[in-house]
Design a protein around this ligand. Structure first.
Ligand SMILES: Cc1cc2nc3c(=O)[nH]c(=O)nc-3n(C[C@H](O)[C@H](O)[C@H](O)COP(=O)(O)OP(=O)(O)OC[C@H]3O[C@@H](n4cnc5c(N)ncnc54)[C@H](O)[C@@H]3O)c2cc1C
Length: 245
């Protein structure tokens, strides 16, 4: 899908957790009318550091409605030790300019789902579902069963819980793989996101599962879902593979 290449500036950096930053950008020419994304898509940040160009992809974390009203495009960045973009954005000052290419990607929603919709994300892989919140509300208002599984190692790494908790008809579970004491009243469960599939009673004729984030998690989930009879067209995925150049 062809995207545009627009000049943007960093306007705000929020620390969402010890290892996650939320970056907010504005287009220099205020291109919000011409930058049309669909919730679930990603952008590519093009960083020029010491004369070298580094391209890194990030899911858009805010809704299209929020972007249109605020003019800000948000992404969540999981800090990686020794990472070029990670190291750069730890210290990048507001006003820093870069190019943003996009939008790209097809991890987008349909207007209707015949069965239940299950959205699975590990770490910042939860961001595209945050962007979808207005559509998720519309789906649950129509009676569609929507479940979000967020996967983290530790409780303090969890992000965006309050955004999902405010959707009263949406079911969500935070799966914590390295915590032993969890609070189910607070939507917490021990283990990995894929441990939750058995509880869903998936219907292989109708249900659709979205997977986003860690490539290993996605591969594991695909094997389990295929074993449960889901066909490739019922499984949508976005792997956060590292470009490293
Ligand atoms: C379609 C797409 C969407 C993406 N969306 C997001 C997003 O919304 N949020 C986000 O945080 N990332 C996202 N990513 C990953 C992102 O593009 C970068 O790869 C990531 O931020 C690391 O970049 P870096 O420059 O900091 O590290 P690099 O300089 O690329 O890597 C430095 C070293 O760390 C290793 N490494 C890189 N990442 C990790 C990791 N997570 N865990 C362990 N080792 C690692 C590399 O192999 C390398 O050895 C996405 C990737 C794709 C392809």
């Amino acid at each position: 899908m062809p995207g545009s290449l627009l000049s943007a500036k960093l306007v705000k950096t929020d620390q969402l957790s010890a290892n996650t930053l939320q970056l907010s950008f504005e287009f220099v020419q205020d291109d919000r009318a011409s930058f049309n994304f669909i919730a679930g898509q990603f952008v590519q940040l093009q960083l020029e550091i010491d004369g070298a160009l580094h391209k890194r992809s990030y899911s858009i974390a805010n809704s299209a409605d929020h972007f249109k009203t605020s003019g800000q495009l948000q992404v969540a960045l999981s800090l990686v030790s020794g990472g070029v973009a990670s190291g750069f954005f730890r210290k990048a000052p507001p006003g820093f300019q870069l190019n943003i290419a996009g939008p790209f990607g097809a991890l987008t929603l349909l207007e209707n789902f015949p069965g239940q919709l299950v959205l699975v994300g590990t770490g910042t892989g939860i961001s595209p579902y945050r962007s979808m919140i207005p559509q998720l509300k519309a789906l649950t208002d129509k009676g569609t069963s929507v479940t979000v599984f967020k996967g983290f190692r530790y409780r303090e790494e969890s992000i965006y819980s309050e955004d999902f908790a405010q959707l009263s008809n949406l079911k969500f579970r935070t799966c914590l793989s390295r915590e032993s004491n969890v609070n189910p009243a607070n939507h917490e469960y021990v283990g990995h996101v894929q441990d939750q599939f058995d509880a869903l009673n998936l219907n292989p004729e109708k249900d659709v599962v979205y997977l986003c984030g860690n490539p290993g998690m996605i591969d594991d989930c695909v094997i389990l879902l295929r074993d449960k009879g889901l066909s490739p067209r019922q499984i949508k995925r976005e792997k956060y593979v590292y470009s490293g150049h």
